[in-house]
Design a protein around this ligand. Structure first.
Ligand SMILES: NC(=O)c1ccc[n+]([C@@H]2O[C@H](COP(=O)([O-])OP(=O)(O)OC[C@H]3O[C@@H](n4cnc5c(N)ncnc54)[C@H](O)[C@@H]3O)[C@@H](O)[C@H]2O)c1
Length: 369
């Protein structure tokens, strides 16, 4: 089947990842379907061109974003993602006031206002009613890390409005059996959880882990320490919000080892907030193990990336897979694409297997373009 028409996308959390996503949709809107574009993996996926993504509304709580067009809101403080355009893109999609719930970490009280969220003094809209009003096909959850209550509000709204979900954050929904069942029972597809960036620390660490295992070197100890200066790293200063991120990132690597490492021998975490880094994230990975004759093998890698664009290209693929799933009447967690695009999918496998499973899903649900 060749899919025609656009995918109406709503974004909850108009922060840095949303900025890169919205700019990316505009930037690549008119690329040739079969062109080889640096940085863009799939101009067309399952018959949907990246330009078929149509952001129809956003939801946020920040007074500098609510009430504005999504195109303007993405360039408002405290967003600090790369800006590839001098002028805000004309998206013609309003940003509505969302229920604040637990979106803003109290640790932000200690930060400079330009670096933190400022909650608008407005009444929140009814989430499910707005999703229905805008005829949303796919809801993308980009709330701050650790927003458990706010995420649950939006998941409930998506179920009520029968809107497919892409859960970009490490609050577990697609991988959490009771939520997965609710999506299956409601005939609504979901992809998640916690987006695995294009070339980020997680995929790099997984590839290195697989290489050690495949070459017969037992990984003895490993760490992955991450620093950055965006509001995601600021929010992660709140230790209670660290848990799910740590679980998601650690499981993504442990799942690639023949024998999971003892807790003592593996440390994977967002490690510190360094304001001047802005959206630049730096990851330090160390792996040590034993090779032939017990000889020591040590590897140290440093990865430096712009954090938000790194996630946004993957989101364009995940959104199109969510739309394909909805088009074909699939319900509940969509496993193949979730394994490829997310750190904490319902089922872990290697990235090669995940790619094959995602491609099989696209072939089954579309014409495979
Ligand atoms: N590469 C990446 O950047 C990456 C990778 C994996 C996962 N993630 C996750 O994606 C999410 C978004 O990341 P980001 O860098 O865009 O974060 P961000 O801090 O830049 O944006 C969060 C946005 O949510 C808004 N917000 C706060 N409370 C809200 C509420 N109750 N309702 C609606 N909006 C609310 C904030 O005002 C802000 O605009 C985070 O949970 C992050 O952990 C990001």
């Amino acid at each position: 089947m060749v899919h025609v028409g656009s995918i109406n996308v709503a974004i909850v959390g108009v922060g840095n990842c949303a900025s890169a996503l919205v700019q990316g949709i505009e930037h690549y809107r008119d690329v040739e379907p079969d062109a080889d574009i640096p940085g863009l993996l799939n101009p067309v996926l399952g018959g949907y061109h990246v330009g078929d993504l149509d952001v129809v509304c956003g939801f946020d709580i920040d007074e500098r974003k609510v009430g504005r067009d999504v195109g303007e809101a993405i360039f408002a403080d405290p967003n600090c993602a790369l800006e590839v355009r001098e002028e805000p893109p004309e998206v013609e999609a309003p940003v509505y006031m969302a229920p604040p719930a637990d979106g803003r970490s109290p640790r932000m009280d200690e930060a400079d206002e330009d670096d933190a969220f400022v909650v608008a003094d407005r009444d929140p809209v009814d989430p499910a009613a707005k999703l229905a009003e805008h005829d949303v096909d796919v809801l993308v959850n980009l709330l701050p890390v650790g927003s458990q209550q706010a995420t649950e509000t939006w998941m409930q709204a998506a179920l009520e409005a029968e809107v497919a979900v892409v859960n970009g954050i490490p609050v577990f929904v697609a991988s959490e059996p009771s939520w997965a069942k609710r999506f299956t029972d409601a005939d609504v597809p979901i992809l998640g959880d916690d987006v695995k960036s294009q070339v980020g620390a997680t995929i790099t660490h997984r590839v290195l882990s697989n290489m050690f295992e495949n070459r017969g070197v037992d990984v003895g100890e490993t760490y992955q320490l991450n620093v950055g200066g965006n509001t995601d790293f600021l929010t992660l200063q709140d230790v209670e919000r660290l848990d799910s991120k740590r679980t998601s990132k650690t499981e993504a690597v442990q799942s690639q080892l023949d024998e999971p490492l003892d807790e003592h021998d593996i440390k994977i975490a967002p490690s510190d907030y360094v304001p001047f880094l802005g959206d630049n994230k730096v990851a330090f990975i160390r792996m040590q193990g034993e090779g032939f004759l017990g000889a020591p093998v040590e590897l140290e890698a440093r990865l430096s990336v712009e954090d938000s664009p790194n996630s946004a290209g993957i989101l364009t693929d995940a959104i199109r897979c969510a739309a394909l799933a909805a088009d074909e009447g699939r319900a509940g967690p969509i496993e193949g694409p979730s394994s490829l695009f997310f750190k904490r999918p319902p089922a872990q496998c290697t990235d090669e297997e995940a790619l094959e499973r995602m491609q099989a899903f696209v072939t089954e649900t579309a014409d495979g373009n």
